[in-house]
Write a protein that binds this ligand. Structure first.
Ligand SMILES: Cc1cc2nc3c(=O)[nH]c(=O)nc-3n(C[C@H](O)[C@H](O)[C@H](O)COP(=O)(O)O)c2cc1C
Length: 181
């Protein structure tokens, strides 16, 4: 059932909220853009994710969600490890490649940026704000995604920069700091 209060306000109360309406609401949720790197050497791929979230500090671990149709899913699950790269606002072009814009796949997503190979073989972006290397601790298949718990193996900090944000289906950079209350 829809309750339309004004042209701006609309409340859906049906049990089955249409997916399109859910997607529209999520456009209003700001996300930090991460590039997830999986595989190694020539057998590498990856994807952009805004589903990365801190999970636990003891032990340090995070979660992310990967679509079951993602071309990175098999490599991620097979290798059992992945890198999380927090992107800077100057990294929109790199992020575009990892979204797969223009049909770019696999190893070609890594073109045009500098990568560091960690001892495990995981690749991390040299200029990322921070890169976190994880091993897959647990996965949970739910609906159209797989929830992945990653146990943190190593951390690489770069610090000097600002994050790349995603809001209303486009990139943003961070605005002015608000005064603390
Ligand atoms: C802003 C943004 C955030 C995304 N977040 C996720 C995510 O958290 N998990 C996911 O599986 N795909 C996410 N995607 C989609 C992937 O980046 C990628 O476009 C999609 O998996 C298709 O990749 P493929 O060609 O490797 O299959 C996101 C895309 C965008 C534009």
């Amino acid at each position: 059932m829809d309750h339309s209060n004004s042209s701006q306000e609309k409340t859906s109360t049906t049990m089955d909220v249409p997916a399109a309406e859910f997607r529209k609401a999520l456009r209003e949720l700001t996300g930090a853009v991460s590039v997830i790197t999986v595989g190694n050497a020539e057998d590498r791929t990856g994807f952009v994710a805004t589903s990365v979230s801190s999970f636990s500090t003891d032990p340090p671990s995070l979660i992310l969600c990967i679509n079951k149709t993602s071309s990175s899913r098999e490599t991620l699950l097979k290798s059992g490890r992945f890198g999380v790269n927090f992107m800077k606002d100057q990294h929109a072009d790199i992020a575009d490649r990892f979204i797969g814009i223009g049909g770019i796949k696999g190893n070609d997503r890594y073109t045009g940026a500098e990568w560091i190979t960690l001892p495990s073989g995981t690749q991390v972006l040299k200029e990322a704000l921070a890169s976190i290397e994880c091993i897959v601790e647990e996965t949970l298949d739910r609906h159209d995604h797989t929830i992945v718990i990653g146990k943190v193996e190593s951390i690489r900090m770069c610090n000097n920069g600002k994050p790349l944000l995603w809001f209303q289906s486009t990139y943003y950079h961070i605005g002015a700091q608000l005064n603390k209350l």
